[in-house]
Write a protein that binds this ligand. Structure first.
Ligand code: ADP
Length: 430
């Protein structure tokens, strides 16, 4: 109010003096006062109308000519407009730069709204997904990419992992599609052409599978001869010892080849395991028998705590290899007279298989890497006890195919616990 008064005081003083002078000269104070007020209000209204006209044009034209109090208001608005224009320009520049960078990306980038409608797509998206900029903007993405795996992924609303689909423009290309939620129910669809990577991976898989396959027959023959030689009583003991060691090593190689072949088979199979109904009672009694044979020399105490009414949907042979790998590891890495507990129970409607031992344990830094091929904490100990270094890699693959999770907890010198949690849709509670 002070500022307004300061700006207008001169003008008001002039009007008051004019009213006073006119009253002295011609009397009729109220007439002169009303006239002065009328002229002042008219002047205010004219300025207000000019300002309004300028604001109506979003302050885009030149500012109106203004005096006094109005000059002040116009100047403030003028500065505000200039500042805003600069900011807007900066923002537009940044947006253009960002769009240009996203356009240049070799990956597919699509902005989707909450209803999965396409809001914006870069050039790669237009090319790889054959999006038509003129008609497809606003269309649901599932109307453009109709692949059932992608549609399921979209409807499942679990975007923690990407999915692989063939590119809509060319079936021989493979896209890795990932949906990333951001802001308020908005999504970014990012896809990458992984055809070359897939081919390389296939070459690697085929190579390992072929080598293992080719090695299996000669190894079986060598093993057979060595077995015969080991059983030959006429051979002197020093040579027999040599044959025994050769036999052990060739057996080790045969185990590695068998594990590699199993891994290759798992890798080339469908990503989802079969869903046969499996009763664990039979599987557990086989495990019991196997473990008795393996642990006899160590006198281990192996206990089974099983809820046999709990069943599973999956592949029996694959799950047998998981359970027996975990149990044979526990036996291998638990010293004499140790305790091993195998548990089969239901928790939160999910089936759990657990093997707990009182063995040597694993240091924390190794735990995350245990499922890598040939990763061993102690190579010597693993080899000595007949390990191939592939057991947990097989476990990981099978569990992936069953959408199950492997939790490992361990303390060095105290023991380890390997827990498998199966998803609800593979658990049968009776
Ligand atoms: P390996 O044939 O060597 O046992 P695995 O893949 O089955 O190969 O296991 C990888 C490594 O994990 C093992 O070499 C061992 O160091 C460690 N490990 C697995 N299970 C246990 C266990 N129950 N206790 C201690 N260490 C274990």
């Amino acid at each position: 109010l002070n500022r307004i008064w300061n700006r207008e005081s001169g003008r008001i003083l002039f009007a008051a003096s004019a009213v006073a002078l006119l009253t002295i000269l011609f009397d009729n104070f109220f007439i002169w006062l009303s006239l002065a007020l009328f002229i002042y209000v008219c002047w205010l209204l004219i300025n207000l109308a000019r300002l309004d006209e300028w604001v109506e044009k979003s302050l885009r034209t030149d500012p109106p000519d203004a005096r006094g109090l109005w000059e002040d208001i116009v100047l403030t608005l003028y500065r505000y407009r200039n500042r805003n224009q600069k900011r807007q320009k900066k923002l537009v520049n940044r947006l253009t730069q960002f769009q240009e960078a996203t356009q240049a990306l070799p990956d597919v980038v699509i902005v989707l709204d909450s209803e999965w409608g396409v809001q914006w797509a870069n050039k790669t998206a237009i090319r790889m997904l054959s999006i038509k900029a003129a008609t497809d903007i606003g269309q649901r993405i599932s109307n453009i990419v109709r692949n059932p795996v992608f549609v399921d992924y979209l409807e499942g609303e679990d975007f923690s992992e990407p999915v692989k689909i063939p590119a809509p423009v060319d079936n021989s290309l493979t896209l890795l599609v990932h949906i990333v939620p951001y802001g308020k129910k908005r999504y970014l669809l990012v896809a990458r052409d992984i055809t070359k990577l897939e081919r390389l991976e296939k070459v690697r898989q085929d190579f390992v599978a072929n080598v293992s396959h080719e090695m299996r027959t000669p190894l079986t023959v060598i093993n057979g001869y060595l077995e015969t030689l080991c059983d030959d009583d006429s051979i002197e003991s020093a040579t027999a010892n040599l044959y025994e060691q050769m036999h052990q090593q060739s057996m080790r190689m045969q185990n590695i080849v068998n594990d590699l072949l199993l891994l290759a088979k798992l890798e080339s199979a469908d990503s989802q395991a079969t869903r046969n109904e499996i009763s664990l009672a039979g599987l557990l009694s086989i495990l019991k028998e196997e473990s008795e044979g393996l642990s006899r020399s160590k006198q281990l105490n192996i206990q089974f705590e099983a809820d046999t009414s709990l069943k599973l949907r999956g592949s029996e042979s694959e799950l047998h290899s998981v359970f027996s790998n975990l149990l044979s590891n526990a036996i291998r890495y638990t010293p004499e007279h140790g305790l091993i507990t195998v548990r089969w129970y239901c928790k939160d409607n999910k089936a759990n298989f657990e093997v707990q031992d009182t063995g040597i344990g694993i240091a924390t830094q190794h735990i995350d890497r245990l499922t890598e091929r040939f990763y061993r904490v102690d190579v010597g100990r693993s080899r000595h006890s007949g390990g191939t270094g592939l057991g947990l890699a097989i476990v990981k693959h099978v569990l992936l195919r069953h959408r199950a999770v492997l939790n490992i907890s361990s303390e060095e010198g105290v023991g380890s616990c390997f827990q498998v949690v199966f998803p609800k849709d593979r658990t049968i509670i009776e």
